[in-house]
Write a protein that binds this ligand. Sequence first.
Ligand SMILES: C[S@@+](CC[C@H](N)C(=O)[O-])C[C@H]1O[C@@H](n2cnc3c(N)ncnc32)[C@H](O)[C@@H]1O
Length: 425
Amino acid sequence: MIKTQRVAAATVGKVLAGASLTAVLQDYWRTHADLSGQQRGAIQDLSYGVLRFYGQLDALLALLLNKPLWDQNLRCLLLVGLYQLGYSKTSVHAVVDNAVSASLGLKGSKGAQGLVNAILRNFIRQRATLLERAAESEVGRYSHPQWWIDKLRTQYPQSYQAVLEASNQHPPMTLRVNRRKVCVSEYRKWLNQNGMNAQLLWNDALELACPVPVEKLPGFAEGLVSVQDAGAQLAAPLLDAQDGMRVLDACAAPGGKSAHLLELADVELTALDNDTTRIIRITQNFSRLDLRSHRVVQGNAVQPAGWWDGRQFDRILADVPCSASGVVCRHPDIKWLRRESDLSRFAAQQREILDALWQMLTRDGKLLYVTCSVFAEENKRQVEEFLRHHPDARLLPLSLVETIDGQLLPNSHHDGFFYALLHKA
Ligand SMILES: C[S@@+](CC[C@H](N)C(=O)[O-])C[C@H]1O[C@@H](n2cnc3c(N)ncnc32)[C@H](O)[C@@H]1O
């Protein structure tokens, strides 16, 4: 456990210095190929856990320290220890003893052992009082940055607390059944026979009672199912693509929504993305799912001259880059990496993509604008602005699911998404 704590602390430190959690962990896995699956799982659990509850853990640490701690390595190790004491089933003695030993190896942390021992033991002794005091500040209570909490409160006065709480939960594992190969009820029975319980959320979405490694899913390698959040599974059916249509997925990588589109209809699909690395995953996903009749293209949606043949599309999916504020239960680092000023930068990028794509949509065609954000700047306000500048655009009502003006807020069954279906008159 000493190594696990140390690596998790270093991972958290890198994220707090500005790196993405996924990137830091992938880099570590690449350079430490000898780690067992169990070790990886433990490092991942601790790093995700600390970042999920960083606001609270940071508030606790501030209460436990007499003066600020400048050594970031030591600080992160203490955060890991506090997280384990607060949220894991590991025995308190093992957590403290291992954290004390782990502090031995830290560069320049003279006297760290005594401090780690004292802080963690003080937490154990005064746990209830400390937890109460940490919750006095909103950051300590909700583990989100203050600007984020304030914005959600303004934009969703009735539901902001539920959104914050849902964003701190462990996300469920949800499957999308590939209708081309098997029907949902049959696959659900098959899961049951293999000892896995699942509930049907909507359409092709089955939520597993307990997450499992994908290799354990019956028929995964043969493309019977994919792992995809239930909220994300609304995109393809909302776009309403019919057999024979020309469809563009303009921001397609890694290809989850594109694949769903191809599972639902025999369309002529162009899957576009400007990221040379991510685009490889589209082809991999399509090939596992046995999906054909598509073009995977690397290019910029805003510069169609490089990849577009000039024939307009009947349907366009614009799953644009965004703050990802609706998916923080899967990516808790986002809460601490985003700045409020990022929102206007994302909004400008989204506006540019949307404007460019509108030119490529045929008359009477439909464009589905999607973000995995909960902020109105990227969603409702973006679409209102678009409608003001495009008299040939009309907002269509959404079927399938209840939203607040297209906003699907995150809850215990799905991530947060925004959907706007635009019709070209
Ligand atoms: C939200 S992700 C798409 C997720 C994907 N639709 C799925 O369901 O698997 C946004 C994608 O947009 C791509 N992107 C960003 N700017 C772009 C642009 N100007 N043109 C094309 N793709 C872009 C990013 O590389 C990223 O893969």
